[in-house]
Design a protein around this ligand. Structure first.
Ligand code: GLC
Length: 801
């Protein structure tokens, strides 16, 4: 069984089950649809929002706070006879001993099961596919042999508006809240009379209405309510011991000013051995709806059978989503990641960007351009139409000269132009990957406006991004690093505008090469010729001046001094210059071997490859933030999983497949989190980084969930290890597996077909397909154009020779 001391994966891999709530950190999950989202910890903590976590936050979660994940979505049960009360999610009443505690994090839902005082509670939190809201479905079972009189308190702390403003201006903000109880529908109707939609932190308070009503209700009859945090909790108390729960008396406060909460009380009687099902429902409707109860069909929504149907729809959604890829290899952990958690995490990064998590609080980043053009890599397989929409939307944040905003916020459509040199180049990356999957060439002729002025087709947007990058090279032909590149913390290399990025040169080369097939397809020979010339020029200049003897340099400063050389005391070797030298195909074979060998020698740790070595211990103002970060963490020498995954890819491409798989496998969370009390974060998803041996907290991980690692680990496995390599024309079958795999099977949907691959490896090879058999007929090449087949299923068989 795949497990650690706090929990285990269910047999089918679909749930991670936490059995001890005292995990080293809150372990989160997500529940969401295209508009509404929430994160939920294994103790019921977390926040919810509509569309964007900064400007339209619905519920609060406190930052910089202990306990870590307060508040959340709580249902507290009280035995009216004994006066004892406890939470169905363990928090916030955590000092109580439970007879049973289990948190089941599944796809799009979290169920917490508890047994305490002979009452079994099962609470399932989920966001329906078709509601701007969330449901907490509860089942209570009386395990005792006597009748029980219980009180049920459900509550959450509301925010309703701009979460950043809520932190900096709450004493004023709270004068705009309005919560009233509607008796007929037994529902709290909550709103705020203004909405801060400022693009930045400012004292200006705009004169705008928060456009929604938030409804908080339960399917149980309501015996009391509260809209006031102060009254519900009471003086000098906390969520752990609200006065209203302790006394059983709700203050029934409707607020027109004050800190908003939604709290409801219900009283129930449970016969011995009997059970009851109910639900708490919270959702938003537009204020334009004069009768929000009718508009939301509240009566019907409150029926348990409607709720069950909605939950079934969520489950079905995820069954379908995960069904796009199925693998069965000799490595259980690899299978578990590919079949469930890695696919799932890729869906999370697609919708959350780096912008709504426990580590990324949703106040700063918005949606990153660079990030989102990578984060499509998972979703594109399941829902290419969503990716199409996403790409068309993102291109609106490009300028007519080809440059782009670095990030942007939904609703306000504001963002920052940070001048990171690589950001625009992720545009062609994402578009080509979309085309590789979908062959939907019609997108290229869609017209999209620029952020400044004018408009152009998607194809022109793509070319402008590349031409902008080409025009941003120095005289000797290397890209200027500007304010940084993929590595955000190399931000003081070129403040005078002359510093150059060597990784960026490889990346530009890679993007040029990746675009050639598309340019040919468009018969755009003029561009093709000039981009090919640039590619060759990069090859020359890189190999003339960026080679350090055993590996490639990382950058040149404004004054021409080098970054990432063996001459230096710190920051001698950077991972990305080595991996991308190979990925871009710009390194000659001997140098490819040597730079990867050096990476292997200096950067390998038990958890993956570290990003740079040795970490910076002395501050280098003319390098950047990297040197201010503690050694061994973050960009300063951690195992930065995103970059580590690229080294895996490079090793595969360079033929070192055993090593690549070794690193891949070290990075799988269940492997890198073996010392879970040190590792701390969720063992079911990738974290942004794991502390390297350069820091005394070696192996501590952080920034789980929201990392580009998710899509890259997923696609490196699918495209290169299992060998479904997509291109504009179709699919090439070309596995790169550990020699110990005697065989494997993998299935993938592709352009309306199901490709079912089975590979035999009797002679213990790593790679090498000569021919394949499709639906019983042998085919000379390993390339498949799905359009050549009328069958829905293509059974592909092959043997590694
Ligand atoms: C974070 C950022 C990403 C950046 C990386 C390395 O993950 O979201 O854009 O490339 O850090 O600095």
């Amino acid at each position: 069984m795949l497990k650690n001391k706090y929990g285990f994966f269910s047999k089918d891999g679909r749930e991670f089950v936490i059995t001890d709530p005292k995990t080293p950190r809150p372990w989160f999950n997500y529940m969401w649809n295209e508009n509404y989202a929430g994160l939920i910890s294994h103790t019921g903590g977390g926040f919810s929002y509509l569309e964007t976590p900064r400007d339209n936050r619905l519920t609060r979660m406190r930052y910089n706070c202990l306990p870590w994940d307060r508040p959340g979505r709580y249902v507290i049960v009280k035995d009216s006879e004994s006066g004892k009360y406890w939470s169905l999610s363990w928090a916030p009443t955590i000092d109580k001993k439970y007879d049973l505690y289990e948190c089941h994090h599944g796809q799009g839902y979290t169920t917490i099961i508890t047994e305490k005082n002979k009452i079994r509670g099962e609470i399932t939190y989920f966001v329906p596919t078709d509601l701007n809201g969330e449901i907490w479905k509860v089942k209570l079972t009386n395990l005792s042999s006597r009748k029980r009189k219980l009180e049920v308190y459900s509550f959450t702390e509301l925010l309703m508006g701009n979460a950043l403003n809520d932190i900096i201006n709450q004493p004023n903000d709270k004068h705009f809240t309005d919560i009233h109880f509607n008796k007929e529908h037994e529902t709290l109707l909550c709103t705020r009379r203004y909405w801060v939609l400022n693009r930045k932190v400012t004292v200006a308070q705009p004169n705008i209405d928060w456009r929604y009503n938030l409804l908080f209700t339960t399917t149980l009859p309501v015996s009391g309510f509260d809209g006031s945090l102060d009254n519900f909790i009471g003086r000098w108390r906390s969520e752990a011991n609200p006065i209203s729960v302790e006394t059983g008396k709700m203050s029934n406060t409707e607020i027109t000013a004050g800190d908003p909460i939604a709290a409801l009380q219900s009283k129930i009687t449970l016969d011995k051995k009997s059970e009851i099902e109910f639900a708490v429902i919270m959702f938003v409707v537009s204020k334009d709806e004069k009768n929000p109860f009718k508009a939301s069909q509240l009566k019907q929504l409150k029926e348990i059978k409607t709720i069950d149907k909605k939950f079934e729809a969520v489950k079905k959604y995820w069954d379908d989503y995960l069904n796009n890829v199925k693998v069965s290899t000799p490595d259980n952990k690899f299978n578990l990641m590919l079949n469930v958690w890695n696919q799932y995490q890729a869906a999370v990064t697609f919708d959350m960007a780096r912008n709504s998590g426990y580590y990324h609080g949703g106040l700063l980043f918005g949606t990153g351009m660079r990030d989102q053009f990578q984060d499509i890599l998972g979703m594109v397989i399941a829902h290419p139409e969503r990716v199409r929409k996403r790409l068309l939307n993102a291109l609106r944040f490009q300028f007519k000269d080809g440059s782009t905003l670095h990030n942007f916020f939904k609703i306000t459509e504001w963002g920052e132009k940070t001048n990171h040199s690589d950001t625009p180049l992720w545009i062609p990356f994402g578009i080509v990957e979309y085309l590789n999957e979908s062959a939907d060439f019609s997108i290229l002729d869609e017209v999209v406006k620029f952020y400044d002025e004018g408009e152009a087709t998607v194809y022109e947007h793509l070319k402008l991004a590349v031409d902008f990058a080409i025009s941003s090279c120095t005289e000797r032909g290397l890209p200027k690093i500007m304010n940084g590149d993929w590595n955000d913390t190399l931000d003081h290399i070129g403040p005078k505008g002359k510093g150059e990025t060597v990784w960026g040169a490889f990346f530009l080369g890679y993007i040029l090469k990746k675009s050639f097939e598309l340019l040919e397809f468009r018969n755009d020979s003029e561009t093709l010729e000039s981009w090919k010339a640039k590619y060759e020029q990069l090859r020359t200049v890189i190999n003339d001046i960026c080679w350090d003897g055993k590996w490639y340099l990382r950058a040149f400063r404004d004054d021409g001094s080098e970054v990432g050389s063996q001459k230096h005391k710190q920051g001698k070797i950077f991972i990305n210059s080595q991996s991308w030298a190979v990925i871009s195909e710009l390194a000659p074979k001997d140098r490819a071997d040597s730079c990867l060998q050096s990476g292997k020698k200096y950067l390998l740790t038990p958890y993956g490859m570290q990003i740079v070595w040795p970490a910076y211990r002395e501050i280098e103002d003319n390098t950047g933030l990297i040197s201010r970060c503690v050694p061994g963490k973050k960009e300063n020498g951690a195992v930065f999983n995103h970059a580590s995954s690229w080294f895996v890819l490079a090793s595969i491409l360079n033929g070192d497949i055993e090593f690549a798989y070794d690193v891949y496998s070290r990075m799988i969370p269940l492997n890198s989190s073996k010392r879970i009390d040190r590792y701390e974060v969720e063992p079911y998803v990738y974290a942004e980084y794991v502390t390297s041996p350069e820091h005394k907290t070696e192996n501590q991980a952080s920034h789980s969930w929201l990392t580009g690692t998710a899509v890259w680990m997923y696609r490196i496995a699918l495209d290169y290890i299992l060998g479904f390599k997509t291109s504009l024309k179709g699919l090439t079958i070309d596995p790169h597996i550990p020699s110990s795999w005697k065989s494997f099977k993998a299935e993938r949907n592709f352009r309306g077909k199901r490709i079912i691959l089975s590979v035999e490896n009797p002679n213990g090879k790593n790679t090498g397909i000569q021919s394949i058999e499709i639906n019983g007929k042998s085919v000379e090449s390993n390339f498949i154009n799905p359009d050549d087949y009328s069958e829905k299923e293509l059974n592909v068989k092959t043997v590694l020779k």
